[in-house]
Design a protein around this ligand. Structure first.
Ligand code: ADP
Ligand code: ZN
Length: 626
């Protein structure tokens, strides 16, 4: 899911105080429990002297006596209130006189082993129970987890899944609400048909897969797709998040899984959606550390998947962005053997997503969603939904009735690059450096054949920390990139630093991010794309996680790694020199554009190209100075 789970946040805070009180109460009970219990149980007590007791015996006033090791407890014959009198025994005094006398008076008496009544119950049952209760509450508190559903409900309700399973009778979401993702939809079509009419399949004897795994980055619409499947098939939608299963008490997760399947099969056909399945379905080898609770939950899940009768029409959809860490057992045939990739949207997909989300929004005439889609390469569905909403809010703030293109573009920057900080003051010299730095990037890109066109240059600082930035826009979606293009990208990235050095002869911290990105790219060229002569076609790094962040780890001898480092360095240095040479050759153009940017703070790609093209004509001698 794109949103951070709000339930978890609510849980802790409000219930800490009651839990604390309970712990204090448990401690008090543990320490003074006996006294308190006595106080409650017995009617009334009075301490008297031994002497008073002896007198009472002598005068035959006593009805009943308990003789303990330390004291004697008795009740008087004519006392309706049955007050218990205590008399402390005198050490070493001989009790036999007393017992003789009691016998004579036919008073019932008995020795008492433990000094206080009811103590077996208190000492062996109540106290341990209270202590366990207190300790477990203390642990919960320490682990930062309140009971779900409030207070201490969690303890009383172990085994009952409450609150965390969400059920929607009708999701109301259809494929029309999911933009793009045509391949995923196609794969899910069959499941919908199956849910509509299980009999058609079972009559032939066909077995449908019990589950499908939706794989893709966060915010690409996996939850939305699962809901749409339920909506299209008009079946109930049960959802639970894998991270909800990770509970404190061993056994809770497993019983929750059991309940979930029981509930779902009661109302079958139905969809069960398990978000973040990697939280429970992680591989059981110890690489990620063992966890009993998780393993139990996983085992229960596997048992349920194997156990239920798919002909009834329960289909499990699970979502993850890390399929590679899932336990192999989950992916075995008959379980989640279908994998449906939910990709980041391409240009067309983004365009359609924007259309879906602007369906109910008043758009001004100047809105060009196509252009916006072009500018948002890499954004996922959730980003775009967010962007459109921001734009609508902006329009309302400014008292307009419709959203215009500027709202959308500004919101794009809010969502992608942080809000514009108009108030941030750069000194004049800083501003000049930033301007040259950004124009350095832009000009290198503009002068090279293989570069992606620049769409915007700005020196207005953003909250994200960037003092300015140059935005490039690919003309078309590209899946393959040549070495030449990657080299140009390196030159463009290093163009900022090259400009600082060329114009001011200084190096600033502003280039840190550029350098990091350039290094990453160069490293991939060397270690993964086989683009350096020395290393050749050998892959030195393997990608660990394609769907989340694509991090790679090195997988080669140390000396090879050192060679790779020097190749990376060579690449970077070469590209930097090219960028510097290019800027030196075009120094006057660089100055012109930087000056213009300083005046306007933000310029478009078209304005940039106007300068560049005019310069070309001037060089050819076709027009004079402007
Ligand atoms: P995931 O489960 O993959 O993290 P979600 O399904 O929760 O992502 O998506 C979050 C939100 O982003 C959705 O509620 C929806 O508004 C929007 N969204 C994501 N993908 C799409 C899409 N393909 N079409 C329309 N909206 C989308
Ligand atoms: Zn830069």
């Amino acid at each position: 899911m794109a949103n951070p789970d709000p339930k978890n946040n609510q849980n802790n805070r409000p219930f800490k105080l009651p839990i604390l009180l309970l712990i204090v109460a448990a401690l008090v009970l543990t320490l003074f429990g006996n006294r308190i219990l006595d106080w409650f149980l017995s009617s009334e007590q009075k301490e008297v002297s031994y002497d008073t007791f002896l007198t009472a015996v002598a005068e035959d006033q006593i009805k009943e006596v308990d003789i303990g090791e330390e004291y004697i407890k008795y009740i008087l014959r004519d006392d309706e209130k049955e007050i218990e009198y205590y008399a402390y025994r005198i050490p070493d005094s001989d009790i036999s006189d007393v017992t003789n006398m009691l016998r004579r008076n036919e008073v019932s008496f008995q020795g008492v082993y433990a000094e206080e009544g009811g103590s077996f119950f208190v000492n062996w049952i109540l106290m341990p129970a209270i202590m366990i209760l207190g300790l477990s509450l203390l642990m919960r508190l320490i682990m930062g987890r309140g009971g779900e559903g409030g207070g201490f409900g969690g303890i009383g309700s172990i085994g009952k899944s409450k609150a965390k399973v969400y059920m929607e009778k009708e999701t109301g979401v259809t494929f029309r609400d999911v933009a793009g993702q045509d391949e995923a939809k196609e794969s899910l079509e069959e499941i919908i048909d199956f849910l509509h009419n299980p009999k058609k399949y079972t009559d032939i004897g066909a077995k449908l897969p019990k589950g499908a795994l939706l794989v893709g980055s966060p915010g690409t619409g996996k939850t939305l797709l699962a809901k749409a499947v339920a909506g299209e098939a008009h079946v109930p939608f049960f959802s639970i998040s894998g991270s909800d299963f990770v509970e404190m008490f061993v056994g809770v997760g497993a019983s929750r899984v059991r309940d979930l399947f029981k509930e779902a099969s009661k109302v079958a056909p139905a969809i069960i959606f398990i978000d973040e399945i990697d939280a429970i379905g992680r591989s059981r080898d110890s690489k990620f550390g063992g966890n009993d609770e998780r393993e139990q939950t996983l085992n229960q899940l596997l048992a349920e998947i194997d156990g239920f009768d798919s002909s009834k029409g329960v289909v499990i959809l699970a979502a993850t962005n890390r399929p590679e860490i899932l336990d192999k057992a989950l992916l075995r045939a008959g379980r989640f053997d279908r994998r449906i990739i939910v990709d980041r949207p391409n240009l067309e997909g983004r365009y359609q997503t924007l259309q879906v989300h602007t369906r109910n929004i008043n758009l001004a005439d100047d809105v060009d969603l196509k252009k916006l889609a072009q500018a948002t390469a890499g954004a996922v569905g959730a980003d775009l939904a967010n962007l459109v909403n921001e734009a609508a809010l902006r329009a309302v703030r400014q008292g307009r009735k419709a959203v215009n293109q500027e709202d959308l573009l500004v919101s794009f920057e809010v969502v992608i690059a942080g809000t514009e900080k108009k108030g941030t003051v750069l000194t004049d010299i800083e501003k000049r450096i930033v301007a040259y730095h950004e124009v350095g990037h832009a000009l290198v890109a503009a002068l090279r054949k293989h570069a992606q066109p620049v769409s915007k240059i700005t020196i207005v600082p953003h909250t994200s920390g960037a003092l300015g930035y140059t935005m490039q826009m690919p003309e078309e979606e590209k899946y393959l990139r040549s070495k030449q293009e990657l080299l140009t990208e390196l030159e463009t990235l290093l163009g900022g630093r090259a400009a600082e050095q060329t114009v001011f002869g200084i190096q600033t911290t502003g280039a840190a991010n550029d350098i990091q990105r350039a290094t990453e790219l160069a490293r991939r060229m060397v270690t993964q794309f086989g683009m350096s002569e020395k290393i050749g076609l050998m892959a030195l790094a393997a990608t660990q996680n394609e769907y989340l962040d694509g991090q790679a780890y090195m997988d080669c001898a140390q000396s090879t790694a050192a060679d790779a480092d020097s190749e990376v360095q060579k690449l970077l240095n070469g590209c930097y020199e090219t960028a510097r040479a290019l800027l030196q050759e075009n120094r006057s153009l660089l100055d012109e554009i930087a000056l213009y940017l300083l005046q306007k703070e933000t310029i478009t790609g078209d304005e940039l190209m106007a300068y560049v093209n005019a310069d070309k004509l001037r060089l050819k001698g076709e027009i004079g100075e402007i």
